[in-house]
Design a protein around this ligand. Sequence first.
Ligand code: SAM
Length: 285
Amino acid sequence: MSELSNISVIKDLLHRHGFTFSKALGQNFLINPSICPRMAQMSGASKGVGVIEIGSGIGVLTKELAERADKVVCIEIDKRLLPILDETLADYNNIKIINDDVLNVDLHKLISEEFKDMDVVVCANLPYYITSPIIMYLLENKLPINRITVMVQKEAAQRICALPATRDIGAITVAIRYYAEPKMLFNVSRGSFMPSPDVDSAVIALDILPTPSVSVKNEETFFKVVKGAFSQRRKTVVNCLSGFFSMPKSDITDILNQCGIKPTARAEELTMSDFGKISDLLDNK
Ligand code: SAM
C-alpha cells in the first residue's frame, strides 16, 4: 500500500508544506488505497508505454503509473504542489512534472518530444469543474493516443457511457462517441477522497477509435447539429435545430424526412448515424 493513501502521512505532508485544498481547482485527493493501483492497471500503463497524467495532486496515482509505465508526464496547474511532489516522487527518475493548465499545453508537441517510440495513454483523476472541456480537448486534438482512463463524477460517467438513442444521453455522449468507445470501469464512493466531495465518482475508459464512428462531410456542422439538437431537451429536434440554425421549421422537417426520422423526434431518440445524415444534408443548404 502506498503511504500516500495514509491519512496521517498526507496530513503531516500537507501541514509541513502549509498546503490548503483549493475547491476552485477541484482538489479532492484519493485516500482509498485500492483505487490508484486498479486505475493504473486498467489504463494500459506498462512497459513501452508513456502516460500523460492530468493533475497529480500529491502524486498518489502518479507513483502507480510510474511503477508500470516507461515514463509519466504529469501536468499540474497548482505550483504549490511542486515542492510536495519533489518530496513524494523523489525515488522515481521516470516522472516529469509540467506546471501548467492542461488546456494551455500543446499535447502533440509534448507527445513527440517526451514519448518517442512509445505507445501513449492518458490517465487522470479529473478535477470536476472542468471534466468535459478536458476530455473534449484531448479528443478534438486527435492525439496519437490509445486510451483515456479518467475518474469523473458518477452522473457524468453515466451520461458519457450511455448508449445512443437512450434517455440518459446528452450532447457530450454523442461528441465523445464520435471519437471513442466509452466503457464504465468501476464506481468510487465519495469517502475515498480527502476532502470528501458531495458526489460519488466512477472510473471510465475511452478507447480511441482509429477513425470517427460516423463519416461526415463537415465535422464543424456535425458538432453544431449535436449541440443544437440537445439545446432544449424537452423540445423536438425540429424546434431545436430551426432555432439554433435560424432556419424555417419546414426546411428542417424536410431534412428529417429525407433521413427517415419522424418530425416529432427528440435528440435522445437519434442514433449516431442520424446525427451524421442530418449534418450532411444541412451542409448542402
Ligand atoms: N491525482 C490526484 C489524486 O488522485 O489524488 C489529484 C486529483 S484532484 C481531483 C485534481 C488535480 O488536478 C488537482 O491536483 C488540481 O490542482 C489539478 N488541476 C485542476 N485544474 C487543472 C488544470 N486545468 N490543469 C492541470 N491540472 C489541474
